[in-house]
Design a protein around this ligand. Structure first.
Ligand SMILES: [Zn+2]
Length: 373
């Protein structure tokens, strides 16, 4: 095991970023909810203790799709959020941040060893910031999440603070994370309106870079097109200030143009969280997104809620020339030569990426609007 782990750690996140674009993993709690392993609402990650095999399999699918990084599946593993999620479990067991994060490290590490992936320890915003509990309490909640990643640094390659709605809270979190001495990445869940305290995208970008984080960007909440608009503003803000921090993005896997100018993105849709499927992006939309994001200068591209393994595969496939490698299941990627083996003659002719890239897919529901009013 030690030999394998040394081989795996030959290249860390910063070295990979210098070599070429890095592919992240995709949707975790939203996908586990569909599969029956996570509760919509609290979205807490007890699955790492209750159903470790299910969580492992999903991570394995991301790695098989071409992800270079597997995130510890512990979104919402902070004390305040776990208390919410624990309500239905009180009779059996109360879950704590430390045991959840410990299990998440073990799961991600074991899968990463199967395919030379890096493991990123995920840290979530805390309710004590929202409830204005004061600096000490907020820092303690971040420290709780970080502690296991420091203790299990043999299994974790870098730390990611993700899904922050307030840049002020993110600054506190990164200050706490510096204790780890590991590379630091961070993302905010903001759109063109900026953060929840009214801080502009431009100012968020500059402040994120000035924390000293090694990688900064966006995740969740907004669709591929809105994410591109916001990341473009971030890039310009960094360029204007002479800041060179590399950018990352892990967007939502659902199209939702009508909430572009909302602070809460897709959470404002009537369809959230149980009827989003007709809005799910196709892998070809992800191809186009990955290319556009790369052209804008984004160097770490993955997905958040709704971005499934085949979407991650599309990122790895689109950037295969830049990365010097194909996703592990390349022979199943479109334009797929195997379609020629189909018994259906019209299918046999679809081995052309142009055809798929130019397709306007229907939703199959004659009276559905394209956007929800
Ligand atoms: Zn998400």
């Amino acid at each position: 095991l030690n030999i394998m782990s040394n081989v795996r750690k030959r290249k860390g996140l910063l070295e990979l970023l210098v070599e070429g674009p890095v592919v992240g993993d995709g949707s975790m709690c939203m996908t586990l909810e569909k599969r029956g392993y996570c509760r919509a609402g609290p979205w807490t990650p007890e699955a790492v203790l209750l159903y470790p095999d299910a969580v492992k399999q999903l991570l394995r699918e991301y790695m098989r799709a071409g992800a270079d990084v597997l995130q510890t599946p512990c979104y919402a593993s902070s004390d305040g959020r776990l208390k919410r999620g624990n309500i239905n479990y009180t009779v059996r067991h109360k879950f704590h941040t430390s045991e959840i994060n410990e299990a998440a490290c073990k799961i991600a590490h074991e899968v990463a060893l199967e395919g030379n992936a890096l493991v990123c320890g995920g840290i979530t915003p805390v309710l004590s910031y929202l409830h204005k509990k004061g600096d000490l309490v907020i820092r303690a909640e971040f420290t709780d999440q970080l502690e296991i990643f420091i203790q299990r640094r043999d299994t974790v390659d870098f730390i990611l603070a993700e899904f922050f709605g307030h840049v002020e809270e993110l600054e506190i979190c990164i200050d706490v994370m510096k204790r780890s001495k590991m590379p630091i990445a961070c993302t905010m869940r903001i759109g063109p309106l900026g953060d929840l305290n009214g801080v502009s995208v431009k100012e968020c970008a500059v402040r994120m870079a000035r924390t000293g984080a090694d990688l900064i960007g966006l995740n969740c909440m907004f669709d591929l097109n809105t994410t591109l608009k916001t990341i473009k503003r971030m890039k310009k803000a960094l360029d204007d200030e002479g800041l060179e921090t590399p950018l990352m993005c892990q967007p939502l896997g659902f199209m939702c143009p009508e909430v572009e100018n909302s602070l809460y993105g897709y959470a404002r849709l009537s369809e959230d969280p149980f009827a989003l499927e007709p809005r799910q992006v196709t892998r070809f939309e992800v191809h186009a997104f990955a290319r556009a994001a790369y052209d804008l200068g984004v160097r770490y591209i993955g997905g958040c809620c709704g971005m499934e393994p085949h979407h991650i595969r599309a990122i790895a496939q689109e950037l295969s020339a830049e990365r010097g490698r194909n996703p592990p299941v390349q022979d199943m990627c479109p334009p797929c030569e195997w379609l020629k083996k189909s018994n259906i003659t019209t299918t046999q002719k679809k081995t052309n990426l142009e055809f798929w890239m130019n397709l306007k897919p229907g939703c199959g529901r004659p009276f559905n609007p394209s956007c929800n009013k």
